[in-house]
Design a protein around this ligand. Structure first.
Ligand SMILES: NC(=O)c1ccc[n+]([C@@H]2O[C@H](COP(=O)([O-])OP(=O)(O)OC[C@H]3O[C@@H](n4cnc5c(N)ncnc54)[C@H](O)[C@@H]3O)[C@@H](O)[C@H]2O)c1
Length: 251
């Protein structure tokens, strides 16, 4: 029960990784704020937490809109009085096409969610956490934040940027006892990878060839890392980008 009496805010909470992470934190005693633009999906994920109604909150938000981000932070604060852990996780994949084929709208759309959404989240949650003098933030990057991948330029650029934001934020708030880390998963068994498989015309087995462990990560394996980074077990870890990639980036 590492998160008894702790408040955990999760964006992208209706999705594969977000909902699995909400489950993990809830199972360790946390109160959960589920944020997503997919309200129905968030409600569904919330029902699976087996929490009493007073121990969770669902907030609809589009993370690309600063007003929505301000609002989810305010709602969390009004309801629970604090935010102990923030999983800044909402994200989208890009179309599968080369840089020469990528138009500026496609680039902008991905950067809006994956970069600006993460930046707005940091901006407004950090205000709460620095005032508290405590907190842990985990931003979702990707192996695409560490390596280039052909035909995925907007996604790759956005996920590299998340690591830059993470390191900068960690330096800015370390003195206030707030930690900020990123995670860099290899393909995870969620809807997002199904979309990427479909767009690229590749199968899971084709992607597995590049992963020494020979398989996708499970969402609950990502959740375990997020819970560790959010907990006091990780009290000296800040400014790090954690690979969770079956050795995909080790070669
Ligand atoms: N699945 C993978 O293979 C993989 C690998 C590495 C990193 N990631 C990253 O993990 C994170 C979660 O991905 P997932 O696999 O759970 O995908 P997912 O598609 O299952 O979930 C993403 C969630 O984000 C929400 N979302 C999208 N745009 C939003 C917006 N503007 N405002 C609010 N919510 C929004 C969606 O509604 C969805 O519920 C993403 O940042 C993704 O880039 C995924």
């Amino acid at each position: 029960m590492r998160f008894k009496d702790k408040v955990v805010l999760i964006t992208g909470a209706a999705g594969g990784i977000g909902s699995a992470t909400a489950k993990r934190f809830a199972s360790e005693g946390a109160k959960i704020v589920l944020v997503d633009m997919d309200q129905e999906g968030s409600e569904k994920a919330a029902k699976k937490l087996n929490l009493n109604a007073e121990d969770y909150l669902v907030v609809k938000a589009d993370v690309t809109k600063e007003e929505d981000v301000k609002n989810y932070v305010k709602e969390a604060k009004d309801r629970f009085g604090k935010i102990d852990v923030f999983f800044n996780n909402a994200g989208i994949e890009a179309k599968y096409e080369s840089i020469m084929e990528t138009d500026s709208d496609a680039m902008e759309m991905v950067l809006d969610v994956n970069l600006k959404g993460v930046y707005y989240g940091l901006k407004h949650v950090l205000k709460v956490m620095t005032e508290q003098g405590s907190g842990s933030i985990i931003n979702t990057s990707s192996t695409a934040g560490l390596l280039g991948f052909p035909n995925m330029a907007p996604y790759v650029a956005s996920k590299h940027a998340v690591i830059g934001l993470t390191k900068t934020a960690a330096l800015e708030v370390a003195a206030k006892k707030v930690r900020v880390n990123a995670i860099c998963p290899a393909p995870v068994d969620t809807d997002m990878m199904e979309d990427i498989e479909e767009a690229s015309g590749m199968e899971q087995e084709d992607f597995n060839v590049a992963i020494p462990l020979g398989r996708y990560a499970k969402a609950k394996e990502i959740a375990a890392l997020v819970a560790f980074l959010g907990s006091d077990d990780a009290s000296y870890i800040t400014g790090s980008a954690y690979t969770i990639d079956g050795a995909m980036t080790s070669g």
